[in-house]
Design a protein around this ligand. Structure first.
Ligand code: ADP
Ligand code: MG
Length: 137
């Protein structure tokens, strides 16, 4: 069993897609072990995405991530990191495979509806960024 972190980004929340997206996780055998709706502060968004701080898109990414509330969850299951990445689809929704969350719901590479950890190690760090161990079931 593995855990991964999912964020339904401001566009996904604003477009009322939370239930549809969470259903996809559950239908794929991923269990919701913790979940919360919050609005990220700018410092937290910058810290969370620090790996991208030198990228040209960093400022736009941060502005977008703080533009409205997000829904953050811990998903658990077999091969959860890769399974969630497959459900999400490619970063650029134009390149995402049909049937993936980004192909079906995302409007642009900025507003691409979901975040998902990209490795087991990053998943551990990202989960502990948002959740205390005792709040994950
Ligand atoms: P992913 O979210 O698929 O793991 P990355 O970790 O590479 O993608 O990038 C983080 C986020 O930054 C992406 O989800 C996307 O919103 C944004 N992003 C990445 N690359 C670009 C780009 N070339 N132009 C604009 N935004 C980008
Ligand atoms: Mg990433």
């Amino acid at each position: 069993m593995q855990e991964t972190l999912s964020i339904i980004k401001p566009d996904g929340v604003a477009n009322n897609l939370v239930g549809k997206i969470i259903s996809r996780f559950e239908e794929a055998g991923l269990e919701i072990c913790a979940i919360k709706k919050i609005r990220l502060s700018k410092p937290d968004a910058k810290a969370f995405y620090a790996v991208h701080k030198d990228q040209a898109f960093f400022a736009d990414l941060i502005d977008f991530m703080v533009s409205g509330p997000v829904v953050i969850s811990v998903l658990k299951g077999q091969d959860a990191v890769n399974k969630n990445r497959e459900l999400m689809g490619a970063t650029n929704p134009k390149e995402a495979k049909a049937g993936t969350i980004r192909a079906d719901f995302a409007k642009s590479i900025d507003a691409n509806t979901v975040h998902g950890s990209d490795s087991e190690e990053n998943a551990k760090n990202e989960i502990s960024f948002f959740f205390a161990r005792q709040d994950i079931y």
